[in-house]
Design a protein around this ligand. Sequence first.
Ligand SMILES: Cc1cc2nc3c(=O)[nH]c(=O)nc-3n(C[C@H](O)[C@H](O)[C@H](O)COP(=O)(O)OP(=O)(O)OC[C@H]3O[C@@H](n4cnc5c(N)ncnc54)[C@H](O)[C@@H]3O)c2cc1C
Length: 404
Amino acid sequence: MTWPPSSTAFFPSKTRKVAFDYDVVIVGGGPAGASTSLHLGRTQGIRADRVALLDKAKFPRDKPCAGAVSQLGIDALRAVGVTITVPHVPMCGVRVLMNGAVGETSCAMGIVVRRLAFDAQLLDHARTLGVHVRDGEALSGIRRVPGGFQLTTSKGIVTTRLLAVSDGAGGPTRKLLGISEPARKGHLYVLDTAALATDTGVARGFADFDLSILEDGLQGYYWDFPTVINGHPSVSRGIYHANLSPSSDLKRALGRALALRGVDIEKTKLRPFSTRPFVASSTLALEGALLVGESAGIDQATGEGIAQAIVMGAIAARHVARALRTGLRSFYGYAEEVRSSRMGRHMLQSAWLANRVYGPWGGPARRLLLTSSYARAAGMSWYNGQSLPWSTKARLGAGLVLAI
Ligand SMILES: Cc1cc2nc3c(=O)[nH]c(=O)nc-3n(C[C@H](O)[C@H](O)[C@H](O)COP(=O)(O)OP(=O)(O)OC[C@H]3O[C@@H](n4cnc5c(N)ncnc54)[C@H](O)[C@@H]3O)c2cc1C
């Protein structure tokens, strides 16, 4: 038998006669969808022309995002043969700010990309591989048929054995499949400006997380990240509210934070966005379909999900390939593997931490982050996807007790 085999040969006789347009349709061409398609072709030996990737947008398309990609995401892309070639800037360290006080720690934290170019680069890799990238084609309906799905798109009908759902926080697929939201969505605003004289951290490549917005009854942070727009050093600014309890005026808090930096909110165009957190009860799979990236959920404490989406795409591809080889359509093992992977455990810890750091009892944790370079360095290792040894956890625990 030649490799890669026609996946049709691996399906049990009951489904073998059904002709499907594709073995897998991936809905959504962001980092999650692109990563899933790349891993299917490059590491799982699945015939790329049996994989379609639908996206309602024509690429290159922008995505509201600050564009911070941790080392975890960079490493995961490198492992599948992708070196990031689009313009980006390194994040050389972190600064935690709170009511005028600043704690800073230098460390490599990854890079900041522009999503317009970054997502297009990933999708180009999928195209080159031979994946049928059908951008500018929106999914609008899903019907289960024996052995697969019939999809209605803006361009007609497409049939597939398996479905990988990666249409992010706002796509329609979860609703079409009857999956309810497991938790309240986080809220964000984002904007870009030229670098200003007040951007003392960003000028040195630091990513700023300002926790002062907690005073406004919000749960999250205001950020200033270094970025590059059309070759010019710029700043991505914004506010993330994990929305753990119903509150408050996000825009007013953003306005105050911007004013401190010399930016007039009245002169900016703002639109609210939301993120879906990954929590213990998040749905990851249904019969014949699995959820990847933000369609499943992202890190609740940071509101970030690019690296997580890329890593989840690698796991998803393994399980899709296994389903094609065995004909078994249950993705139970996928949900288990995501939750128990380091990335999954980090996201679950993050959901736990969001309450501990941003909630009413989070004072000691916030003080520790502000005052302890050890705590910030540990936080950055964790952000980059590393596990913290027990000795570090114990030292952090002791630091928390002292910070009470
Ligand atoms: C303001 C803001 C700032 C953020 N900053 C960061 C950050 O700095 N770092 C970080 O890691 N994360 C950040 N995030 C989160 C990050 O943007 C997401 O986690 C990430 O994009 C998830 O990738 P994804 O591939 O799962 O989904 P997406 O990137 O959202 O991709 C989903 C795709 O699905 C497509 N789609 C939607 N509907 C349909 C349809 N009907 N048919 C076909 N296709 C469809 C969309 O066009 C889109 O291309 C931020 C989010 C926001 C809102």
